[in-house]
Design a protein around this ligand. Structure first.
Ligand code: ADP
Ligand code: MG
Length: 230
């Protein structure tokens, strides 16, 4: 689903540049539930933005669903994002003046779905995340956990192949975090590939595989042993 070979990324800083990803290799198969860990500033979001076609890499190869990603303009990137990817962010990124239903329906609008069908599909996904009764509420009327559920419903509504989540529990308390992770696990059990960034060990342990990033390279990549946890 995601194959990365010798990926490099630098940011220009004045006349200099900051080399963030230094030859990174990563292979995520369809249906995996993977977390990436690393300290703040280690390049986790940089990697996720490249995987999510929100930013370009400098060197190396990236294949999404078997397709080599190169020379993408914003229009082509948007088409691929719409087709394959769903995003969940720490700060939810909901539109404040739209209610829960309208937030979930918005990407369907961009896909060209008719209004009535959009509303039906959006309601179906709100129901899936347990918020059917909150459809008409604005984000400001929802708790943090509820907002993240709306964001997850929005990410799922377009039926992506991969959900990319950048610190999805970063703004939530531990109980709420757990329920958001359970929801991601459920989605994964239904066959979706889920890729989560976190800097919290106990969040990472709820996924099936932990990849650790340090100084721009992967320093470990291990399956989570569920038998120890039980
Ligand atoms: P993480 O998500 O692991 O905390 P990031 O990928 O956000 O780390 O950032 C990695 C490094 O790259 C940091 O030093 C950060 O300051 C720098 N950085 C991130 N985005 C940019 C940017 N758009 N321009 C310049 N530097 C950036
Ligand atoms: Mg980050």
């Amino acid at each position: 689903m995601i194959k990365i070979e010798k990926l490099h990324k630098s940011y220009p800083i004045g006349k200099d540049s900051l080399h963030v990803l230094k030859g990174l290799d990563l292979h995520i198969k369809e249906g995996e539930f993977v977390s990436i860990m690393g300290s703040s500033g280690s390049g986790k979001s940089t990697l996720l933005n490249i995987v999510g076609l929100l930013d370009n890499h400098d060197e190396g190869n990236y294949y999404l669903n078997g397709q080599l990603i190169e020379n993408l303009d914003e229009k082509k990137a948007a088409i691929l994002r719409n087709k394959f990817l769903g995003f969940v962010f720490q700060s939810f990124n909901l539109i404040t003046y739209k209610n829960a239903l309208e937030n979930v329906a918005l990407p369907l609008y961009y896909q060209g779905m008719a209004r009535k069908e959009r509303q039906e599909v959006a309601l179906q996904y709100l129901d899936k995340v347990g918020l059917k009764d909150w459809a008409n509420h604005l984000p400001s009327e929802l708790s943090g956990g509820q907002k993240q559920r709306v964001a997850i419903a929005r990410a799922l509504a377009t039926k992506p192949k991969v959900v990319l989540a950048d610190e999805p529990t970063g703004a939530l308390d531990s109980t709420t975090s757990e329920s958001v992770m359970e929801l991601l696990k459920e989605i994964n059990n239904e066959g979706m590939t889920v890729f989560v960034i976190t800097h919290e060990e106990d969040i990472a342990e709820q996924t099936d595989r932990i990849v650790r990033l340090k100084d721009g390279v992967i320093i470990s990549d291990e399956r989570v042993d569920k038998t120890v946890k039980a």
